[in-house]
Write a protein that binds this ligand. Structure first.
Ligand code: ZN
Length: 55
């Protein structure tokens, strides 16, 4: 299975899960339990700010 890095959009916690893509929505933050999250792409998501234009 692929390993996904996710970032909680509620508390900012970054965590990794080895799950199928279909299970992504079911994952909840290990810190606060929120299911609001976004994908973090390795070597890409940390350094840059979020840019809401486009999508
Ligand atoms: Zn959280």
């Amino acid at each position: 299975m692929p390993n996904y890095t996710l970032r909680c959009t509620s508390c900012g916690e970054v965590y990794s899960k080895r799950i199928s893509y279909a299970k992504l929505n079911e994952q909840s933050c290990p810190k606060c339990g929120s299911q609001k999250k976004e994908r973090v792409y390795a070597g890409y998501g940390f350094a840059i700010g979020r840019n809401k234009s486009g999508g």
